[in-house]
Ligand binder design. Structure first.
Ligand SMILES: C[S@@+](CC[C@H](N)C(=O)[O-])C[C@H]1O[C@@H](n2cnc3c(N)ncnc32)[C@H](O)[C@@H]1O
Length: 297
């Protein structure tokens, strides 16, 4: 029988619902915020290099929480300097939530936002067609490269959009995370739409090595509470499973065998810990910061 499984990213409403549930049950944003608070000020200290205005490009911004945290750090680091923040995000739903979050955010009074409801590919094409190459001081791709068909070409193109003193920040799942390992095992049975859904840190650093660019990386620990995935009929658990498998309505469209295999994998002690009745999945992340400059060329 032909599979009826559909990729989650093909349905903006369902993606938004699952993404918000994921963020709610995960420590991901708190871990990223900690990184932004403790490491980012040093990383960005030299990006301005005498310029008055700072240009930031956010790719796959989601609902904007991480963007706003980064912008607030940039403003603290460069008080009095205006910031232009260019947002590239294909989901209209996410842009609406981003705008709402931005309207309530503190400490971003010197930031001008421009929202582009586009994919990275579309913005890249637009830049090339109009021959309007602009250099940015800070570019970030946070948890979004899974949805880009040609990751090396995307990284190469946006790296070329960096000012010489600029920085590109990439965050993806670590190789040791339970999610990536589940994808490596069962990805061929899931709807992928030709996307590199299980791309992780090692593949990104291989691309950066081949581009001969300078970069630094850090691993940060993050956990996802997947307890509800094991409660029959639990809606929150089903949304989490949709996000983890990148599948719309995984519970009702995957075969019984596949569901059992994925759940068994997620709760193995290699990837999850059981604490106070909760099952916490390893969703560790890698943060990679790339310099605008090349090592050699
Ligand atoms: C997992 S979310 C991450 C959102 C945000 N960066 C964060 O960490 O909270 C991935 C985001 O990438 C967006 N996205 C999907 N395909 C994309 C593409 N081809 N180009 C740019 N963004 C994309 C999605 O709409 C979604 O908002």
């Amino acid at each position: 029988m032909e599979s009826t499984m559909r990729s989650l990213i093909s349905d903006q409403n369902k993606y938004k619902e699952s993404f918000l549930m994921y963020i709610d049950r995960s420590t991901e944003h708190q871990c990223m915020q900690h990184f932004i608070d403790t490491k980012l000020p040093d990383i960005i200290s030299s990006i301005r290099n005498g310029k008055t205005t700072i240009d930031v490009l956010s790719l796959g911004s989601g609902t904007g929480e991480m963007d706003l945290h980064i912008l607030s750090k940039l403003q603290d680091t460069f008080p009095g300097h205006p910031i232009n923040n260019y947002v590239v995000e294909p989901s209209q739903e996410h842009i609406l939530m981003y705008k709402e979050n931005a309207s309530k955010a503190l400490n971003i009074d010197n930031v001008t936002f421009t929202w582009h409801q586009k994919t990275t590919r579309e913005i890249e094409q637009e830049i090339k067609e109009k021959n309007k190459f602009k250099k940015y001081d800070f570019i970030h791709m946070i948890q979004m490269l899974y949805y880009v068909k040609d990751v090396p070409a995307t990284i190469e193109f946006f790296h070329r959009c960096l000012a010489p003193d600029g920085k590109l920040l990439i965050i993806v799942l670590s190789r040791n995370s339970g999610w990536i390992n589940a994808y490596d095992k069962y990805g061929s049975q899931l709807p992928r739409n030709d996307l590199p859904i299980n791309i992780c840190s090692g593949e990104i650093t291989d691309v950066l090595d081949s581009l001969q660019v300078k970069y630094e990386n850090w691993d940060i620990e993050s956990k996802l509470d997947i307890t509800e995935c094991f409660i029959e009929g639990n809606r929150n658990g089903q949304l989490l499973l949709d996000m983890l498998t990148e599948t719309c309505d995984f519970n009702n469209t995957a075969s019984t065998d596949l569901k059992a295999l994925v759940l068994k994998h997620l709760e193995t002690t290699e990837y999850s810990v059981k604490i106070e009745g909760k099952i916490l999945l390893n969703t560790n992340l890698s943060v990679i910061v790339v310099d605008g400059q090349y090592t050699q060329r």
